[in-house]
Write a protein of this length. Sequence first.
Length: 288
Amino acid sequence: MTKPRIALFLGILCISIFPVIVRMNLTSGLISAFYRMAIATAIILPFAIYKKKLYLENYKTLLPIAVCGILFASDIAVWNISIQHSSATQATLLTNLSPIWVGVFSFIFLSYRPRKSFWLGTLVALIGMMTFVGIDTILELKLDTAFFLGILSGVLYALYILTSKKLLAKLEVITFITYSMVFSTIFLFLINMYFGEHFFGFSNKAWLSLLTQGIVCQLIAWLLISYSTQNMRATRVSLSLLSQAIFATILAAIFLNEKITVVQMVGSVIILAGIATTFYDKNSIKNL
């Protein structure tokens, strides 16, 4: 297994902790999104300054980086709101349609035709995802605000993956991540101010959860995933991110005593089979 694939696996494992923490309801979804970004930014920004990683050959690049940061922040905010107005299961299902959007947008905007193995792998993985969440969740889907927020989250996620892929072809990972998270933090701060969220007065347990989100779910996770995105196809990265639902379920069983059903195990196997399908390639091609 290559370094980018190992980094992707570890990064997915780190972000899989996030849904488990959200389910604890220790803070509001929007506040957790803000502190997730703010804490990670507070750590990486001094490091980037010390290592002189903030230099840009062309400062016009700041505009697409800002767009990237806002896309990512919007995805987190929309996903959290979607959970609050429906269920984590429905939100996860709709958000995880992102590989389809990555394939479609790659073809439209990047003139890149995803391989047949990607579409086959996506189909298999989505069947696995539907099996994983259960037929009841599929039948209970309603065309309400939460539904469209879930869809929007997947679209934003896909746009972020593709935008970051193009930027990472020109920038170092730390440079990109630092600037992107600064813009995300500012954007989420303004969103929280608009909705009148409270920034303090949390329990010690809540602050510990926010630190975990900032350090593990954001800083470590997205340094690893951005490195993988830089060195792998965006389509493969997006499809691989579906496996976070599996890891999140395992972690929920460990920390929240939630039971893993036989149906979820079957769905997990199908999801992993779909992901494995898109990695099948006679020739080892590194880039998108």
